[in-house]
Design a protein around this ligand. Structure first.
Ligand code: ADP
Length: 382
């Protein structure tokens, strides 16, 4: 952008021009009418432009004392162009006439002003959009939390009665009825899992889960998670393997939340691996005395362009109506949040059709300030 045009002129207290340079004439769009600046000498300033302020107001501003007065000044040129100038204006004594005169250094900031106004308008629009997004986000979280909460109680009730009938205490149950009841129970369990995930997601956005730290035997937690997932893996004909560090010191972590991360990662690894594939849970000691947990699969893999996005809330690689995989797209968001609350990191490496490795690194103990993710070479660090 061109620098602001700067002009200088002087006029008497009555408004008679004593001197005006070419730049001022250019600013006032009077160059063509008065090619020689001497032509405007003797004219009244109010005949050279249209004030948006009455001229008296301007002069009063200038004449309050002898200090330089700086102010923004809007006017129209005689050609009708609206302009904005910054005036440094002050009262000076004319050497020849010994009169008090007004001397003005003026800068044409019309173009700058236009840009500034546009920026301000854009800022206002952004602020409005931001506020709207925040409200929507809050609404969505409240909805998630309330709906999940409301769904939970009837689910508990359905599960309780199904168990009761199955136990036979309400009367005899045939084998066929038992099998059908088991289907009800399985589906209630699945629904409860989904509702829990939604509830966790809503809570995460508010305060996040509170950590209840305790000394954790990570190998033990991995074994427990593998056990939880054993049936699921068997149903999908996926082999579950373990490669656990022989000796692993306990770390300080929240065992319930850490188990949730492990189950999330194993669930995905199994879900996105074709029958006949395998999933490995591996633990090792981290250089800082913490623990590294890797969940490795030889499943469908993730394309490079999706790697950065899979940790976003509700993001799923396949969102088509014909998609084969169930889920809400929340598991990794929750897992990342939990790991970061422990001051750890979660990274992923993946190759399409070859498989994925999710790696969680946790420090030996929780630091006071908690999370802190740092990028590591070649991996996507969340
Ligand atoms: P969900 O599994 O419920 O869809 P997640 O947040 O756990 O949600 O995962 C988000 C997405 O990341 C999944 O939908 C899937 O596209 C991709 N993804 C996660 N883990 C794997 C994996 N082990 N292999 C291939 N894709 C995966």
């Amino acid at each position: 952008m061109a620098l602001a045009d700067i002009g200088i002129y002087r006029y008497t207290l009555e408004g008679t021009v004593l001197q005006m340079d070419r730049s001022t004439l250019r600013i006032l769009e009077l160059e063509e009418r008065f090619p020689d600046p001497a032509q405007v000498v003797g004219m009244n300033i109010k005949d050279l432009l249209e004030y948006e302020l009455p001229p008296g107001a301007l002069r009063n501003k200038t004449l309050q004392d002898e200090a330089v007065r700086s102010f923004e000044y809007n006017f129209r040129t005689l050609k009708g162009t609206r302009k904005c100038c910054l005036h440094d204006s002050r009262l000076v004594r004319d050497h020849d006439t010994h009169q008090d005169v007004i001397q003005v250094i003026t800068r044409d900031v019309t173009a700058l002003k236009r840009v500034q106004n546009r920026l301000e308008e854009t800022n206002r629009e952004l602020a409005r959009a931001n506020a709207e997004l925040q409200t929507l986000d809050e609404l969505k979280n409240n909805l998630l939390a309330n709906v999940s909460h409301e769904l939970r109680s009837p689910l508990v009730s359905v599960r309780g009665y199904a168990d009761l009938i199955m136990s036979g205490s309400s009367g005899p149950v045939s084998d066929t009825q038992k099998r059908q009841l088991q289907i009800i129970v399985n589906n209630v369990q699945r629904l409860t899992g989904i509702v829990d995930e939604l509830l966790d997601a809503a809570q995460l956005d508010r305060a996040g889960p509170t950590l209840n730290p305790a000394p954790c035997d990570v190998n033990g937690l991995v074994e427990a998670a593998l056990l939880t997932m054993a049936l699921n893996a068997a149903q999908r004909s996926v082999r579950l393997e373990r490669e656990l560090a022989v000796e692993l010191l306990d770390i300080e972590a929240d065992p319930r939340l850490l188990s949730q991360v492990l189950v999330n990662l194993l669930t995905n690894a199994i879900k996105f691996t074709e029958p006949g594939g395998r999933v490995v849970a591996r633990t090792s000691e981290a250089p800082d005395g913490g623990v590294c947990i890797a969940v490795i699969d030889n499943g469908i893999g993730i394309a490079a362009e999706d790697l950065n996005r899979i940790f976003e809330r509700f993001y799923q690689v396949d969102t088509s109506s014909t998609r084969r995989y169930t889920g809400l797209g929340l598991g990794l968001t929750l897992s990342r949040n939990i790991v970061e609350r422990h001051g750890g990191t979660i990274t992923v490496e993946s190759t399409l059709s070859k498989g994925s490795t999710f790696r969680v690194t946790l420090p030996p103990s929780l630091s006071a300030d908690g999370a802190g993710a740092t990028a590591s070479d070649g991996h996507v660090t969340i």
